[in-house]
Design a protein around this ligand. Sequence first.
Ligand code: NAP
Length: 289
Amino acid sequence: MVKRIKVVVTGANGFVAKNLRKYLSKNNVDLISISRSDFKEYDNELKIISKNYDEKIILNKIKNSDALIHLVGLGKQSVNIDYEMINVEFTKHIVNLAKKAKIKKIIYNSGLGVSSKTSVGYFISKYKAEKIIMNSGLNYTIFRPSYIVGKDDLFTKFLKKQIKLKIIEIPGSGNYSIQPISINDVVKVFLQSLDQIKFKNKIIDLVGPDYLTFEQYVKLFSKDTKTKIKKINLENAYYDAITNSKSNFGVDDLNILIGDFKGNYNKLQKITQIKFESVIELLKSGGLL
Ligand SMILES: NC(=O)c1ccc[n+]([C@@H]2O[C@H](COP(=O)([O-])OP(=O)(O)OC[C@H]3O[C@@H](n4cnc5c(N)ncnc54)[C@H](OP(=O)(O)O)[C@@H]3O)[C@@H](O)[C@H]2O)c1
């Protein structure tokens, strides 16, 4: 009989986690999923609800799992909660739990644009999280995703809302580029990375085959919908981001967009041998609407 893999997923209610749990469950992976709030579990899934990922509640349940996928992350900070608390200190807590539970492998989503030279607060916190994982002694795979697209990601939901209002605002020229990857491909890559040796102790960009400008992306997304695209002055977009906590784009959303980061798609393709979806084709077919 083939041994089933047992995997712990943190941040179970997030966009990536929801899609991943569904896919892993279908592919006969046993799941132990942890979240701060309640969620509907799959047949082969053990649910743990814990606000602070309390060791007393969690440790016994996750002991000797094969891998842990850490999907807790913060992309916008406030006075109550900041990157250091969630992206750095919380990662430290999860790594300690994984070590105590004798889990051998950890998989983490960092971000495309993370490097030792970055001056962006969000990337600095992800860089520190990468270092914590790399120095943990655990077998690791760190992914650096560009924008992960699906029907239910935050940006797709935001664009759909703007289409209803018949106007989409884009910051600045819109000439900066993104390299989106479909969530359907991301979940396949994660499944492979659970036990394949070629992922061991690697940092891999999680990017799709298409590199397109933000304006092109938005135009394709909203084609056939009679939505007006309005460019807003970048200074105004930053002003709104700095002074209004509910702004459409946060300061670091803008930093990441303007950063124009490009990842190594060929490396990802070579390691996984997956035929990746073209997000341009997906947009043309209206597959995200
Ligand atoms: N989506 C992308 O395009 C993208 C791109 C680059 C990197 N990433 C990274 O990939 C990971 C998953 O992204 P995602 O898009 O799925 O994000 P998401 O939907 O925001 O999910 C992140 C999850 O983190 C958990 N979380 C947030 N604040 C927390 C807190 N204070 N304490 C404990 N848990 C907290 C929540 O899980 P519960 O609600 O279950 O508690 C939340 O659902 C993140 O690390 C993100 O930075 C994503």
